[in-house]
Design a protein around this ligand. Structure first.
Ligand SMILES: [Zn+2]
Ligand SMILES: [Zn+2]
Length: 215
């Protein structure tokens, strides 16, 4: 299975396929709406877990079957910089993208949310190492279970554009993709979609701690 279809499969789950009562996919115990997630690394599949099963896989060495617990840390880096030229090289058509370190493929994957779900963008290694990958958050990024989420602010044409970067659990990116999929209208998304996106980023910022303080 391609990594993209694995992403898509996760993305359709909450809206289209989720049963009324979510259960832990490891032990079938019913779980509340907020619950841990595991990543099945080889298939890059997200799995809902109960507290005890999530705890069981919290230690990366405990995986055995190739599962890793999605952590719940959120980090921000006020020193993060991305020039217009570096952003343009990424060839992302919307003002946000997320970057995953895929251990199975041994490479960084760039994705962006679109009305069709998560879309992958080709990312050359040089583009990564010279841009987003050169920041402090990139050195903190855990493979498969965390992502670097970059937002480039294009509001207000007269102001200089700024880019911000957050290190987030990978399931947060899928929630963002779900939001875009649900609310995006027309070419530019429309006011409703951007309100949802702004709220989502506000919530992430509230959870995030500066990377320097955290390490
Ligand atoms: Zn369980
Ligand atoms: Zn879940």
């Amino acid at each position: 299975m391609s990594s993209l279809s694995a992403l898509r499969r996760f993305l359709v789950e909450p809206a289209d396929q989720a049963p009324a009562q979510e259960v832990c996919e490891m032990c079938a115990t019913p779980v509340p709406p907020q619950h841990p997630h595991l990543v099945q690394v080889a298939e890059r599949r997200m799995i809902c877990a109960c507290g005890p099963c999530g705890f069981l896989f919290s230690n990366p060495g405990a995986g055995g079957g190739g599962y890793r617990r999605v952590p719940d840390r959120y980090l921000t880096d006020s020193d993060f910089e991305l020039t217009d030229a570096q952003w343009d090289q990424l060839q992302i058509p919307v003002g946000m993208a997320f970057f995953l370190d895929n251990s199975t493929q041994g490479k960084i994957i760039a994705c962006y949310p679109s009305p069709a779900g998560a879309t992958e963008s080709e990312l050359g290694l040089e583009t990564w190492t010279a841009g987003v990958g050169s920041g402090r958050l990139a050195s903190e990024l855990q493979p498969d279970v965390e992502a670097l989420l970059v937002r480039r602010d294009s509001h207000g044409a007269t102001e200089p554009r700024t880019a911000e970067c957050l290190l987030v659990p990978v399931d947060a990116c899928y929630r963002l993709v779900g939001l875009v999929r649900l609310h995006w209208r027309g070419f530019d998304g429309g006011a409703d979609a951007w309100r949802e996106i702004d709220n989502f980023f506000d919530a992430l910022r509230e959870l995030a701690v500066p990377v320097r303080a955290a390490t």
